[in-house]
Design a protein. Structure first.
Length: 149
């Protein structure tokens, strides 16, 4: 005659246990729509930090929005690009930077953002299109490339 422990080891999980596992699975793996909304909000926050850092000339915060894999246009090295950007930004007395008409397109761990950029200093006023590519690095989104037309 089988013992009680033998019967318990052969018993199938109860429906309650199976439902509990399903609930946990749904919490751990949120619906793709929820992730996309969260990603879009995070990307907007990155752009707000980037724009604010640029306007306030906070160079550490500005560079922190760029991925370690960021490759500057024009063939510059990352360190040479940072030196040029630092000199250009800090040489301005006051900078106004605004983002308008933001469009975010997600593709897995990559995002493309298109917007109209307003950039103004005492000497310059420019409004035009800008495109940034972002990539998720761990839990953060960071800029991997940029272009202005």
């Amino acid at each position: 005659m089988p013992s009680v422990s033998d019967a318990q080891s052969r018993a199938q999980p109860t429906p309650f246990v199976e439902k509990s596992a399903q609930v946990v699975k749904n919490v751990v793996n949120p619906a793709p729509t929820a992730m996309r909304l969260d990603d879009r909000a995070q990307i907007r926050q990155v752009l707000e930090r980037w724009s604010q850092a640029w306007s306030s000339r906070s160079m550490d915060a500005y560079f922190d929005q760029y991925a370690t894999s960021f490759v500057p246009a024009g063939g510059l090295s990352r360190s040479a690009w940072e030196k040029v950007r630092r000199q250009r930004i800090l040489s301005k007395g006051q900078i106004t930077h605004e983002i308008r008409d933001l469009q975010v397109t997600l593709d897995g761990e990559m995002a493309t953002v298109k917007f109209e950029q307003l950039y103004a200093t005492a000497q310059t006023h420019w409004v035009g299109p800008k495109i940034l590519r972002l990539q998720r690095e761990g839990v953060r989104w960071r800029i991997i490339s940029e272009s202005a037309n």
